[in-house]
Every structure is written in C-alpha cells, then in structure tokens.
Ligand binder design. Structure first.
Ligand SMILES: Nc1ncnc2c1ncn2[C@@H]1O[C@H](COP(=O)(O)OP(=O)(O)OP(=O)(O)O)[C@@H](O)[C@H]1O
Ligand SMILES: [Mg+2]
Length: 382
C-alpha cells in the first residue's frame, strides 16, 4: 500500500511448532508483519475481513471443520481480495493454481529467505495484476464555490455504484459538510473524526460510514465547523489508504481552498474532476489553479474538466472556454433546475429519481468514462 511498504501477513496454522517457526523467522525483520496466527479455519474468513491482510499463508494440512484447501476455496469464492500462499510438505504436493486461489506454494522445509521471498513476490504480483482494475479515486473539485461540486459528487458516486462498483463518497468539505444537510442525517451521525487515529481497520469503518439508501457508503464531515481543524494530513492519508483496499471507487466532494488537507486529498486521487461553469471568475480561478497544479507536478492528464450547466453559456462561447483552459473540457453536464433542486431538497440523487433526464444521462456517461480512464500516477508532490 502507498502509505507503507510493510506486508501484512495472516497465518492459518494449527501445528504450534510450525506457527512458532514462522514467527521466529519473521521476528528479525520488519518488512513482513505477522498480524495473527489462526488455528481454526472456520474463523479465518471473518478474521481476514477484519484484519485486512495483504497475504494469507494457509497450511494445506489444516485440520478441523474447515480443512486447509477448503479454506483456500472459500477465500477465493468470497472474493476476499487476498492472495494465498499454501504451506505443505513434500509428501502432500500442491500445485500453484491462481484460478483455484492458490497463488503460490511453500513446501517444508523452508528458510527465512524462502518464506520472505515467496510472500513478497506473491504480494507484488497480486498488486500489479489488480492495479489496472483496482480502485479509482476521483476528487470533485473547483476553485470556486457554488458551481455544483456537492451535487455532481453525490450523483457521480451513485452512478458509479449503479454500474456495479463498490463506492464510497467522502465529504471532504470538512468545515461545512454539505452532505449532512443534503441527506438530512441526524446530528450525532458519526464522521471522519470518529475513526481511531492510530491503526484503522475495516471494522472501524463499518461503524462510521453512513449507508445511504442510494447504495453507496458515505464518510461524513464533522458536525461542527470548528471540528474540521482536528483532521490532520496523516488522518487523511490513512483513511484513504484503507478505503482503497475496501472500495473500487472513492469519490470526494472537496471545498475550494488549496490548503494542506485538500492537497493531501488531491495528491492521493487518480483523477481531479474540476468543475467549470460559463462564468468569468470561475474561468479565471481555473486557469490560476492549472498553474498551481503544474508547479506541484501533477500530470496534465490527472485533471479532467467538467462544464456544469453546459447548456447555459451566458455569453461565453465554448471556443473561448476551450481556449482559456487550453483544451476542450472532457465532460459536460446540462442544467436542469427543476430536477436538480428538487432532488437535492429531498436528499435523493437525480440519477435515481429520473434516470432518463438529460442531466442524469450526462452524469451516467461520465461515470462510465471516468472509471474507464487509465490510472494516472498520483502527483509527486511529497
Ligand atoms: N446541472 C445543474 N443544473 C441545475 N442546477 C444545478 C446543477 N448543478 C448544480 N446545481 C445547483 O447549483 C447549486 C449549487 O450546487 P452545489 O451545492 O452542488 O455546489 P457546490 O459547488 O457544492 O457549492 P459549495 O461551494 O457551497 O459547496 C445548487 O442549488 C444546485 O441545485
Ligand atoms: Mg458543496
């Protein structure tokens, strides 16, 4: 994972001597961290869901209700998203078979070098194989208020969710948390501040995320303006790296200022969806931000422009806009005052309230396009 090179290992082994041997081999190093040793295969899936290991090491000869290879099958069928190394003895040969969930085999006796080598290579292969279809983080941003960031972020997240990707929306507008008002959540609904500050696990997320009826999960902003200051860049990095493991799409509703926290959100994003409107101050700020992004080192392809209310040019021609931005905006969403305002007031996404409306179709198309965009390496700011 981006935040740490350490590989988190979960061992499923019911022979105490073998578990102790693995433990002793890993004791003298810090590259691989042994999260736990489970002796009961029947509890391994739920433990893995909680601990989110990077690699699991499973003894093929595991006894009990769920035997070793049956457990490997379960890990595969439940799509845990964890590569598995199977541990065996020469008398019980097992062939590597990624289709059956056996990513690699380690046969006894093995050395510390064999163990580390196997785990590291399985982890690397798995990460590179999954990074193409891996999680996408899209920051909805504009250097100007009131241009439709919250509206677009919410509807885009739902549209991505509708396309079958597990999606979370982060209300990164930490001071004024628009999603709370939009969704009319209770004041005591938990926020990003309710996550533990040291090691966060997936189980912590379960308690904090708002499950919206629209099918997406939402990480809300703190309930009071002054509480925004309590969120640090470190918190942001940790939350994002955990969410990346669990969700296929992360959509952020970002506020306008370019401060440290917002840059941490932008740095970690694959795509910055920058909203522009036909309005001279918005265009002016957009050009200023393009300069800032260039000096930060973001590749040009990391930013994709969206013209919101694209059918209301207000005296500025599309050509002028393209000239000012240096390129034709990649996406456009039309205006629909009636539907958008009414849906926002009811706290429901317009893409579900009226999927056939032109504005909904525009967002749906954008959802497909954004998820298909090849991942651009995150900016090299830090
Ligand atoms: N495509 C659209 N058609 C019609 N109305 C829209 C459209 N997009 C946004 N709006 C309206 O514009 C207003 C501002 O939208 P929104 O609150 O999403 O903007 P914002 O950029 O998040 O604002 P803030 O900077 O305050 O967070 C809302 O009333 C919303 O209903
Ligand atoms: Mg907003």
């Amino acid at each position: 994972m981006a935040s740490s090179d350490q590989i988190r290992l979960l061992l499923v082994e019911d022979v105490p001597q073998v578990a102790q041997y693995v433990r002793s081999l890993l004791n003298s190093q810090s590259h691989i961290k042994l999260l736990d040793v489970l002796t009961d295969g029947a509890k391994a899936i739920s433990s893995a869901q909680q601990l989110r290991p990077d690699v699991m090491l499973v003894d093929a000869l595991l006894q009990g209700r769920v035997k070793g290879l049956a457990l490997v099958e379960q890990i595969q069928s439940q799509r845990l998203g964890v590569p598995v190394v199977v541990l065996t003895v020469p008398q019980n040969p097992v062939e590597p078979s990624p289709e059956r969930g056996i990513d690699a085999v380690l046969s006894m006796p093995f050395s510390g070098y064999d163990l580390m080598n196997k785990i590291t290579s399985v982890h690397q292969n798995y990460q590179s194989a999954n990074s193409v279809g891996g999680s996408r983080q899209i920051a909805v941003f504009a250097p100007k208020g009131g241009v439709g960031k919250t509206t677009i972020a919410f509807n885009l997240a739902v549209a991505i969710g509708q396309r079958g990707s597990k999606t979370v929306l982060i209300d990164a507008s930490l001071q004024f948390g628009d999603m709370r008002a939009l969704l009319k959540v209770p004041v005591d609904a938990p926020s990003i501040l309710d996550l533990p500050t040291d090691r966060i696990q997936e189980s912590d997320l379960q308690d904090v995320l708002w499950r919206d009826p629209s099918g997406i999960d939402i990480l809300l902003a703190p309930p009071r303006v002054e509480m925004a200051e309590m969120v640090t860049v470190r918190d942001v990095d940790k939350v994002l790296s955990l969410l990346r493991r669990v969700y296929e799409a992360i959509v952020l509703d970002l506020p306008a200022p370019l401060n440290d926290i917002n840059l941490a959100f932008l740095d970690a994003s694959d795509t910055i969806l920058e909203i522009v409107t036909y309005d001279s101050t918005t265009i002016h700020n957009t050009i200023a931000v393009a300069d800032a992004f260039r000096s930060i080192g973001y590749p040009a392809a990391k930013v994709r422009y969206l013209i919101n209310r694209a059918d209301s040019p207000g005296g500025i021609s599309p050509d002028d806009l393209a000239r000012a931005l240096g390129r034709v905006p990649e996406h456009r969403v039309v205006s629909d005052g009636m539907l958008v305002v009414q849906s926002n007031n009811e706290g429901i996404p317009f893409v579900l309230a009226n999927p056939d409306a032109a504005v909904s179709q525009d967002v749906a198309r954008m959802a497909t396009e954004l998820m298909a965009v090849a991942r651009v390496p995150a900016g090299a700011r830090r």
